[in-house]
Write a protein of this length. Structure first.
Ligand SMILES: [Mg+2]
Length: 255
């Protein structure tokens, strides 16, 4: 992986500001610091105002596993795109597929609620997908084992995306973040796209097949097995990155 905040990478990043570029961001662990309780995750005021400023200069998308309703509580301006539930919400998905996803999720929840888990395991219902959290489980190894066993018993079979102390369950046949990203590029008529995320769910986007050099993929934190091409060291660098992007676009507008 290549450090994004290095001289050569920044030259490439600046070239993105010469054309219409979509800047897409994951939420948790990227725009917002990871916290013990997911409900307490927010962007800092600085991050939010920088992101809002960027959205006046170029199309901005937030792509998250959270539901749109949940995201709206955490984002106090209107970015061009808000995509929730790993791509299922916010891209004009038809009602029939959403209704179907909802039915599958409630079926799963009914079954999961009858099962026994380590204390601290939480089932988060996100209408069109589920998140099974074990961050607060006393015995994480046991919790993981129990969760994986019960997930295997679900019908229809769930699409499982592993996250940080969480298993995300998506109804079969639904969009994932990678497909959502391709939709967004098309919808925003972007020539280039930039995506930054920190988690396994983002690998769907990092490994998307797209013309080389047109999609810049960035991971928060270096990881050998990641498909992202670039990285920043930690979430705290997001403000620096946003300032750089704003600077490039302002320079282009003035030049
Ligand atoms: Mg994340």
């Amino acid at each position: 992986m290549i450090p994004l905040l290095s001289k050569n990478s920044l030259v490439l990043l600046e070239s993105f500001s010469f054309t219409r570029t979509l800047y897409a961001f994951d939420f948790d662990g990227t725009l917002a610091k990871i916290v013990t309780k997911p409900e307490n995750a927010f962007m800092t005021k600085t991050t939010e105002s920088l992101l809002e400023e960027l959205s006046t200069l170029a199309p901005v998308a937030i792509v998250s596993g959270r539901s749109i309703n949940d995201l709206k509580k955490r984002v106090h301006f209107n970015p061009q795109f808000l995509v929730g539930n790993h791509g299922l919400e916010g891209l004009g998905n038809n009602n029939a597929s959403l209704t179907k996803a909802q039915a599958v999720c409630s079926q799963w929840v009914q079954k999961l609620k009858k099962m026994k888990f380590e204390s601290g395991v939480e089932i988060e219902e996100k209408t069109y997908s589920l998140a099974l959290h074990y961050r607060q489980a006393r015995n994480k190894t046991n919790a993981k084992k129990q969760l994986l066993q019960s997930i295997a018993e679900l019908t229809p079979e769930a699409r499982v995306i592993t996250g940080k102390s969480v298993y995300n369950l998506l109804p079969p046949g639904t969009l994932h973040k990678g497909a959502a990203m391709l939709h967004l590029i098309e919808k925003s008529s972007a020539k280039h796209a930039f995506y930054i995320g920190d988690d396994d769910t983002d690998e769907d986007i990092f490994s998307v097949e797209y013309s080389a050099g047109q999609l810049m993929t960035v991971r928060v934190g270096q990881k050998k097995t990641s498909h992202a091409k670039f990285y920043i060291d930690r979430q705290a660098e997001i403000n620096r990155l946003l300032k750089i992007l704003i600077g490039f676009h302002k320079k282009k507008a003035n030049g």
